[in-house]
Each structure stands twice: as C-alpha cells, then as structure tokens.
Ligand binder design. Structure first.
Ligand code: WTA
Length: 653
C-alpha cells in the first residue's frame, strides 16, 4: 500500500476556489442544509423560469422517484453557448485536433469560437426541425471525435430532442440494439472515421445496423463528410449534413424546456441483460456537470481544458461537452489515439495548444508509461497545471509516473470516481483542498454521502472495507432506465433498501480517504470501458459451435482487467486454434473491438451448483491463476470439472 501523501501545494491552497476550510464548510452545508446549498449552486445556470422546488427525491419503494428543480425551465444549449456570446463570442469554444498531425497530412485542425458554435448549432437544430424532429424524439449520434459530435448533441438539446450517442467503435449489432431500444427516428453519422491512421467505416456500419432493425424506426440518416469517401446514400433516407445545414437559417431561438425534460440517453453495461439506457435530464445534470467541472478542475476563464475521453462515453458528455461549455471553457477535442503516430502525441498536443488541464484514463497512461520517459520529457508541458484521472482505479505506480514525469511534480492529480449513472464526478480530490494519496479518489463531492456496507447491508464505520452505497440523491443522478423504470429501481435500490448501490467495492482508511477497489458485480472494466460479462457470453453462445460460455475479468497489466472466456463447444465440435481465432473475431463483430476476449479456454464443462448456477468465483480464481485457494467445491454438481479447468488453464498473464 502506498501511503505517501502529497500535500496541497502552497500556491494552490492560496489561489484555488476551494481550499481546505471552504471544502469542509461547503460539504457540511451541502448535507445539513441541502436546500440552501443547491438553490445557490443552481444559480450558475441561466433559468428561463426560476425553480421554486429543489429536490423531490426518494430511494424508498413506496415513494420512489428522483427529481430536481422540477418547476424550473431552461435551455441547456443556451446555457452552453448563447449566454457566453456577449463576453466571449470570439473565444475558442472547441479546439479540434485531427487524427494525423499536419506533417502527415492531417491538416491544421479547427478552432471554433463560441459565435461559430452558436451558428453551427442553430443551423443543425433548424435542420433537425426541417426533418420533422420534435421535442422528445430520439436521435442517435454515431460519429468520430469531430466537432460535429458536440454540435449534434447541442442541437438536440436546443430543441429538446433526446440524443443517444453510440461510441464509434461499436459494431452494427450494437448500434441496432441501441437504436431499437429507444426507437430513434434519426441517425447522425459520418462517411468514415479516422483513428490511429485506420479508417472506420461508420456509414457502412449504420447501413448494416439498419438492416437488422425490426420495424420502421429510423426515417433519416444525416451523413457528415469526414474523409470524403464515396459512401452509399439511400434515396429518400440518407442526406448530406453539409447540404442540410447550408440550407438553414443561422438563428434558432432556444426552446423553453423543463428541468426534468430528458437531455440524453447513454447505454451502459450492467451485470445482467442488454446494456441499459441511462437517462439524464436537463437542469440537475447541467448543474452537476458545471459545478464539478469548476471545482474539481479549479477551472479559470481562458484556460484550455482537455478531456481525452471519447464523446461516446459519459466522461466525454460531461467534460468534453456539457460541463466545459456551460462554464465558458475552451475544450479540446482530439480525434485520435495516444500512440499515433508515436507515443509523444498527447504531450505534443498539450504543447501545441498550451493546455492547462489534462484529464485521461489510467489505461492510456500505463500504455505510455511502459514506452519510457523520453517520449514525455522531449516535450515541454510547461503550460500544464493540473492532471486528472478517470474510469478505473489508478495504480500507485502509474499515479507516481503521471505526477513525476508528466506533471514534473508540479501538477496535482484529481482521481475522479464516478459512473455513467452519476452524471459527473462523485468522489474526488479538489486540487486546492485535498492532500493527495496516490490511488485514492479521496473525499466526496458536495452533496454526496457515501457509506460502506457489508453483504447484509450493515453500515460499517471507521477504517474498513465494504460495498459502496450512496444514501441521498444528487442533482446529476440518472432518472430512469429508458423504457424500464422498474429495472432502474431494481438494479440500484433493492440490494440495500433505501440506498443507491454503486456496484463498486471500496475501502476507507483511518484518515477517511476512500479507495475504490473495483466492481463487485459481473461488470468488468477493460481499458476503462465498462463491459457486462453477460454481454460477451451472449455474443459467444450466438456462435453456431458454442454450447455455453462463461466470462470473467482477470488482472491485466495495461487494460486493468482483461476478458477471460471459458467456452464449451457443441458435442460434435472440436477445439482448435482456428476456432479460437474465429471466436475472437466473432465477438469483435458482434459487439466491437473493445470486447475482444484476451483469453479463450475451451472447457468440456463449467463448474455449476446442483441448481445449475455457474460458480464464477472459481472461474475468476482460475483466470487469476490463484488455484491454490479455490475454496469449497464440494457443492458443485460435478467437482471433477474443476481439475480439468485448472490443468488446461490457458496462458493468461
Ligand atoms: C470505475 C466512467 C476507480 C468504477 C466515469 C465505476 C473508477 C465504473 C474510477 C463506471 C476511479 C470510474 N477510480 N474506479 N477514479 N472512475 N471507475 O459508467 O468501477 O463508464 O463503477 O463511468 O468505472 O464506469 P462508467
């Protein structure tokens, strides 16, 4: 355990918006007088009609519901754009850096000012209206990391259409499931995407996906020109983004929308079943995204903020787009990957645009760390003043490297714990207020009341370890699972009655610091991407030769967790290297490359209880190569399968 503490640097303690005293004071107020606290914090937004009600939320079954600022009205896009125009119309809102640097033909990138963003969003909002899109309609966005992704999200927000962004790495099947689940009427995509020098056939993937849909949900497909490749355009259905917006007025009055109107749906993996459509609404979400962006990153006007996450994930929603723009920031959007054309790319971009705040996932940092320090130290990084981490636990080695090499010991690191469901950062240091412990997400954000409980729900006090629950609602909390409010209640509020269960395990040390230990359910975190083991299993059993599959996570040096799949073939099929490769390709095609199994072990049988339940605990131990402590196997229907699994353990390391 790394117990080194990095105290708040003196200049931060002095200048930061939130110092130790202020944190203590505001945190106390946020719990003891939430009404006053949130009434004040919500004033960071412009309300077309002020709210009188603050929170009407309950986690109990009889009164269950989450609602914030419910009688207020506002427009999210006006809050992210229009209200900044007078003061910072000519300030860059979005700086876009393409996949390839200029010397490799990538071009010079784009700088979009707030005034230009306003025009682009208005034109597209008018374009969507001209295609019949109205308040409450669902729009799927399947785009690469280009400014049109943010513009599309904001155009939907402007007219109250609900966007559902699908990560550009997902397969046609995954797109189809997501489009079908929320009945999208329109898809915005691009001809092709570029990532690490490779072409991603986005439009072709959408065409495939549309063939898989049951019933006529999608009426129009709007196609952004990214590479200019000639792609199939279906008469009457597909149209060019550029032609659509060119024909529109550059002015689109912001609709007056209710605080609890839906803003977006974002699909995320759970322990069971298909990905869930997590629904966020207007007023609470934006208050939360804006507040955390300002306090966690100590954001100051004029600074360049770079969140390296893709807009296909919640981190991109809240910190590339909504939180940043609500605060009038300059947000940097990078189309590519950390290691292309070489391992200096992140640091070169930081120098090119003089980035002050950089926020990335540990998996990227680990991959860059193992390439050696020279890639970093040959760049300046003098502009940096703060670093952030998100998406998975950061191991102390990677933390120390990030701090010492990337940040030259001068930049605090904010290790932010949160989830798609929570909207924005929940447990996190604040750079002027928190002495840092590498690997700890440290303390709760204002309004967040964490608790650790044991398996029976008993509250654990003091220095301890248990399951992390949250006892009260916060404005950025998800409001429902799209189309399945019952599932929302059952997934999060029935394990521990009256509390929100995060699915994470957590330790609290003697100083009150929280240390997230990882998922305690059947969700795995591969390179910071959430994946349900059930999703990978159902992709595998959809293969003609597979009878049964069980998938578990195991520790992986770079990815955090790797995917280990145990596969039982049909009676007449035999294991082979070719079939193994075929299964790997199959899963990539069914879900997308992020679900690529790292290890496939052919297993004649799986360890099951007499009632037929697969004992994953045993499979996890074997995958981790911790076979000396398999525990009690006597309750298995056929204990002999375990010996076979151990003997034929695939070479995972
Ligand atoms: C994990 C990403 C440790 C956690 C914002 C959570 C983390 C899941 C951290 C949510 C962190 C996220 N330290 N673990 N700083 N941040 N996690 O929905 O297991 O993609 O439940 O949201 O990622 O993943 P999601």
């Amino acid at each position: 355990m790394n117990d080194h503490v990095y105290p708040v640097p003196a200049d931060w303690a002095e200048r930061a918006k939130i110092n130790k005293e202020r944190y203590a004071e505001l945190y106390r107020e946020s719990l003891s007088n939430p009404d006053a606290f949130w009434r004040r914090e919500a004033q960071r937004l412009d309300w077309q009609k002020p709210f009188t009600k603050v929170s009407e939320s309950s986690f109990d079954e009889a009164t269950f519901g989450i609602s914030w600022f419910s009688d207020g009205q506002l427009n999210v896009s006006a809050n992210c754009i229009d209200r900044h125009l007078a003061e910072r119309g000519d300030q860059p809102a979005i700086i876009w850096e393409p996949d390839s640097p200029p010397e490799m033909g990538g071009g010079e990138g784009r700088i979009i000012t707030y005034a230009q963003l306003h025009e682009a969003v208005c034109r597209l909002a008018n374009g969507l209206k001209s295609l019949g899109i109205r308040k409450g309609d669902r729009v799927t966005i399947y785009l690469p990391m280009i400014p049109e992704a943010a513009i599309s999200m904001l155009a939907c927000a402007r007219i109250g259409a609900i966007h559902s962004v699908v990560f550009g790495g997902f397969s046609p099947d995954s797109i189809a499931n997501r489009v079908q689940d929320c009945d999208s009427r329109l898809i915005i995509t691009a001809d092709e995407g570029l990532r690490g020098g490779k072409v991603v056939p986005l439009k072709a993937n959408v065409d495939e996906a549309l063939k898989l849909l049951h019933g006529p949900t999608v009426e129009k497909v709007v196609v952004v020109t990214r590479t200019g490749a000639g792609v199939w355009m279906e008469e009457g259905r597909d149209l060019s983004y550029e032609e659509l917006v060119a024909a529109q007025s550059p002015d689109c009055p912001a609709d007056v929308l209710n605080a609890e109107d839906p803003l977006f749906i974002l699909y995320t993996s759970g322990s069971t079943g298909k990905p869930k459509g997590v629904l966020h609404t207007m007023g609470g979400y934006l208050t939360w995204a804006s507040m955390t962006h300002e306090y966690v990153f100590d954001y100051r006007p004029g600074e360049i903020f770079w969140c390296a996450a893709d807009v296909g994930w919640v981190t991109g929603h809240s910190y590339v787009v909504y939180g940043s723009l609500a605060n009038g920031a300059t947000t940097l959007m990078y189309e590519g990957v950390p290691n292309f054309p070489d391992f200096s790319r992140f640091w070169q971009i930081i120098d090119k645009y003089q980035v002050q705040i950089f926020y990335a996932a540990p998996t990227a940092l680990r991959a860059l760390m193992r390439e050696g320090d020279d890639w970093v130290t040959k760049t300046s990084r003098a502009s940096l003043r703060l670093l952030g981490s998100v998406g998975e636990p950061i191991n102390p080695e990677a933390w120390e490297w990030y701090h010492r090499v990337v940040g030259e010991g001068r930049c605090p690191i904010v290790d932010t714990w949160w989830q798609t469901e929570t909207g924005a950062a929940m447990i996190t240091p604040m750079p002027g207020a928190t002495d840092l412990k590498p690997g700890s997400a440290s303390f709760p954000m204002f309004g967040v009341e964490p608790q650790l409980v044991d398996g029976d729900g008993h509250v654990l006090e003091g220095a301890t370890e248990g399951n992390l629950v949250l006892t009260r609602s916060w404005p950025g909390q998800m409001r429902t699972v799209w189309g399945d409010h019952r599932r929302f209640f059952e997934t999060y509020f029935t394990t521990y009655r009256g509390k929100y269960f995060t699915g994470d395990g957590c330790r609290r040390d003697a100083d009150g610091y929280y240390w997230i230990t990882g998922r305690v359910d059947d969700v795995i975190n591969v390179s910071g991407h959430r994946m349900g083991t059930a999703e990978v299993e159902s992709a595998l059993v959809a293969h003609a030769k597979v009878a049964e599959a069980a998938v578990v996570g195991y520790p992986h040096d770079l990815k955090g967790q790797g995917i280990y799949a145990y596969v039982t073939l049909n009676a007449n099929d035999v294991p082979s290297e070719a079939l193994r490769r075929d299964l790997v390709q199959w899963v990539r095609k069914e879900i997308g490359p992020i679900a690529t199994p790292d290890v496939i072990q052919f297993a004649p049988g799986l360890p099951k209880t007499r009632s037929g339940k697969i004992m994953r605990r045993i499979l996890r131990k074997i995958a981790e190569n911790d076979v000396s402590s398999l525990g009690d196997t006597s309750t298995l229907a056929d204990p002999s399968v375990v010996a076979d699994l151990v003997a034929n353990r695939a070479g995972a390391s």
